[in-house]
Design a protein around this ligand. Structure first.
Ligand code: PRT
Ligand code: ZN
Length: 286
């Protein structure tokens, strides 16, 4: 029997849409109806399981699924024997300690002997131990940020992305324990056939990831500036240069990294570039 890859995704939550979109951008199509726990991809030997994020590391470690997409925070908290294959660039957040705004905080030792509420007891204990601080950890399953206002704890340790939840609960962030994002995880010791499917999927995921950080750029330049522009826009090998229908001008095509984009644009303008168009890159394969 031909082997099928089994991938666990979050059923419904912050990672669900981006995880499903990533698989679609890998050219793998599937019909997912909300009520279903499982579906089969139409054009790749892949079965997708939809689970609670907290269960994903365990299911992958136990071999119920071969791969999973889940937050690094969950992977690290659960300590399952799984391997992180790729960081996926979405679901970014940090696990932080926060205290009430009026708390005069100068260092972690200010938490000595106090009560801290969290859903991440293992990561918090590890962090406090590594700094030699002893605090009382109260495990709660969600909404840790409410704990200080109802007298349940003196501080919290929870995920933060924009910081607005902390702000609206009168808390301030004082320590970051972990920076997290969604990751692709796998069970070690896969069969050769399954491993080869994992490699194919990883190759596609990498191509999609690379493409996301690049933009395709087209611009018109006077011929005497082609050399300068080619130095500014090295592209993958070198830019494509094509003559325009009017004399003395060329169209230059290349790719640029998004985070360098605005610096590059200023240099191109100084070199006499005009009519700059910027397009998304769908995949960057080899
Ligand atoms: O039902 P299931 O168990 O599957 O989902 P869940 O409710 O446990 O998790 P979910 O969907 O909330 O989050 C899934 C994953 O998204 C987390 O494990 C993180 O890896 C990632 N992620 C990214 C976040 C956040 N950003 C985030 N902001 N997870 C939770 N939050 C919460 C945080 O707990 C706090 O309540 O959002 C609030 C803070 O947000 P800001 O923007 O106000 O700072
Ligand atoms: Zn969860």
């Amino acid at each position: 029997m031909k082997s099928t890859l089994r991938l666990a995704l979050q059923k419904s939550g912050r990672l669900s849409d981006s995880s499903a979109r990533l698989i679609e951008e890998c050219g793998i199509h599937f019909n997912h109806h909300n009520a279903k726990l499982k579906c089969t991809a139409l054009n790749f030997p892949l079965e997708i399981f939809f689970l609670r994020d907290d269960d994903i590391p365990g299911y992958v470690a136990d071999g119920v699924a071969d791969l999973g997409i889940v937050g690094e925070n969950v992977v690290r908290e659960k300590k399952a024997s799984i391997e992180t294959l790729e960081r996926l660039g979405f679901g970014r957040c940090r696990l932080s300690i926060a205290v009430p705004r009026g708390f005069e905080y100068s260092s972690l030792s200010d938490l000595e002997g106090l009560d801290v509420a969290t859903s991440y007891p293992s990561l918090l204990t590890e962090y406090l131990d590594s700094k030699g601080v002893k605090a009382e950890i109260h495990v709660i399953s969600g909404s840790a940020e409410l704990a200080p206002s109802i007298g349940l704890a003196d501080a919290v340790c929870d995920l933060v992305s924009t910081g607005s939840t902390l702000l609206s609960n009168g808390l301030k962030e004082v320590e970051t324990i972990l920076e997290s994002q969604a990751v692709l995880v796998a069970r070690p010791g896969l069969s050769e056939e399954t491993q080869s499917l994992v490699d194919q999927l990883r190759f596609r995921i990498k191509s999609v990831g690379r493409a996301r950080s690049y933009k395709y750029i087209l611009l018109n330049v006077p011929n005497e500036s082609i050399e300068t522009v080619s130095r500014i826009l090295p592209g993958m090998k070198s830019p494509t240069v094509m003559p325009l229908a009017i004399d003395g001008w060329s169209s230059v095509h290349s790719v640029v990294q998004e985070d360098e984009f605005w610096v590059i644009i200023d240099k191109l303008r100084d070199a006499g570039a005009q009519g700059v168009l910027v397009l998304p890159v769908e995949k960057m394969v080899l």
